[in-house]
Design a protein around this ligand. Structure first.
Ligand code: XUL
Ligand code: CO
Length: 449
């Protein structure tokens, strides 16, 4: 017997959907910058930003960490009854939240929405049943699926990795799980499918054949791509870079590393990147660097929007809170033509002390407002060519004369040796103007309205 949870209300303190009230509003449960239908250039804000809520942090977690138990008020997680009833209750809470927040998308791992069974067959039938539930909620609310992904890192079987496991049987188990999760993602109209290499990496070279593991990872990805085509899934396959955690060395270290890997294994035309802010920081990069690398290669797929803490060296997954940082990233995203099938997924969690259910609203409202304000500043900067113009001027000499000849391959080292011997070429450096550009960016951020 199943219980009907659809009439249960979990966020009764939020009586109205969150609305846009403008920058002068003092209402903490209103948007000050995110105005879904406002046109920014050719698209609405909603179409630019494509916000998604991450099921795992916001609905499947309870605030526990490695030092202590859960702290969050999450009635949908409590109780020890039927795990499928619990999964349905959790989904009811999730969709109530998506709807009240006005989030157009969500993202999930298979195990976030459906519990593991005692056999693989039972796990699959649990997921299918929860996909039925999700389909009904999506139909009712209009909320869409940005991406699905398989959890290939929590269970003991994948302690040594999934695709990069030393045991082919576990590779097979991972492949089976991904196949099923891709099918469900496709069925729910998912716009992308994500692979974050949860434990695809190593802790010690003493027991690791790295070359072999990378070959396995590439084989796995080819199977994913083949399956995508065989089921007619026209979403984008995305890999999510992260340099370490949980393994000491993750193979998908950063954007540049993944792009090299995809090229080596002939996957570059089929796979793009899902770039996460805090993963960039862990790799020792600015987020904007990771975005710019992907944009320059035409491989930006989607974004996990969050932030780290500059004093902590781990993946704190906090909600984004810096317009300055995000404006530069949004500028690169717009320069590349936007997010395409991707979006901004809040792969972010509340602090352990933020115990109230309503804190979930404050967190997402803040994140959405920060990204909306960043979008406005970025759009104005790009429209005025504030940074692109300055860069074009800086490199202008490469567009003609000697610069063009060098890049066309028309000059050898000896030619340039002779030229330099013959003529007095200018040597005085030209100012990079960093501070003036920083001031310029600040002006765009300050003036945004
Ligand atoms: C882990 C992480 C994941 C992926 C999805 O750091 O970011 O939540 O986004 O598996
Ligand atoms: Co992520």
């Amino acid at each position: 017997m199943t219980t009907d949870f659809s009439s249960q209300e979990f966020f009764a303190d939020v009586t109205e959907p969150i609305r846009y009230e403008g920058p002068d509003s003092d209402n903490p449960l209103a948007f000050r910058w995110y105005d879904a239908d406002r046109m920014v250039g050719e698209r609405t804000m909603a179409d630019h930003l494509r916000f998604a809520v991450a099921y795992w942090h916001s609905f499947a977690s309870d605030g526990s960490d490695q030092f202590g138990v859960g702290t969050w008020d999450r009635p949908w997680l409590s109780g020890d009854g039927d795990p499928m009833d619990a999964a349905r209750r959790k989904m009811t809470a999730a969709f109530e939240f998506f709807e009240k927040l006005g989030a157009p998308y969500f993202c999930f791992h298979d195990l976030d929405i459906a519990p593991e069974g005692t056999t693989f067959a039972e796990t699959c039938s649990n997921l299918d049943a929860m996909a039925d539930e999700a389909e009904a909620h999506m139909e009712r609310t209009g909320v869409k699926l940005l991406w699905g992904t398989a959890n290939l890192f929590s269970m003991p079987r994948f302690a040594a990795g999934a695709a990069t496991n030393p045991d082919p049987e576990l590779f097979a188990r991972a492949a089976a799980q991904v196949k099923h999760c891709m099918d469900v993602t496709h069925r729910l109209g998912g716009e992308n499918y994500v692979l974050w290499g949860g434990r695809e990496g190593y802790d010690t070279i003493l027991n690791t054949d790295m070359a072999r593991e990378l070959d396995q990872l590439a084989r796995f990805l080819h199977m994913v791509v083949d399956h995508k085509h065989s089921i007619g899934f026209d979403g984008t396959i995305l890999i999510e870079p992260k340099p370490h955690e949980p393994t000491k060395h993750q193979y998908d270290h950063d954007s540049q590393t993944i792009i090299g890997f995809l090229r080596k294994y002939d996957l570059a035309d089929e796979v793009k990147l899902n770039i996460e802010v805090n993963h960039a920081t862990l790799a020792g990069h600015d987020f904007v660097h990771e975005i710019a690398v992907a944009v320059d290669e035409g491989m930006l797929g989607s974004v996990d929007a969050n932030r780290g803490d500059p004093r902590l060296g781990w993946d704190t997954d906090q909600f984004p809170n810096s317009v300055d940082e995000m404006a530069l990233a949004m500028h690169e995203i717009l320069r590349g033509g936007g997010l395409g099938t991707g979006g901004l997924n809040f792969d972010a969690k509340l602090r352990r002390q933020s115990v109230d259910r309503t804190d979930l609203f404050h967190a997402h409202i803040g994140g959405m407002d920060v990204m909306a304000r960043a979008l406005l500043a970025a759009h104005a900067m790009l429209a005025d060519g504030a940074l692109t113009g300055a860069k074009a001027r800086r490199y202008a000499a490469w567009d003609g004369g000697l610069g063009r000849e060098i890049m066309a391959g028309a000059k050898s080292l000896s030619d340039l040796h002779d030229l330099t011997m013959r003529e007095q070429l200018p040597e005085a450096p030209v100012s990079g103007g960093q501070e003036a550009l920083e001031n310029l960016v600040n002006r765009y951020v300050e003036r945004v309205r």
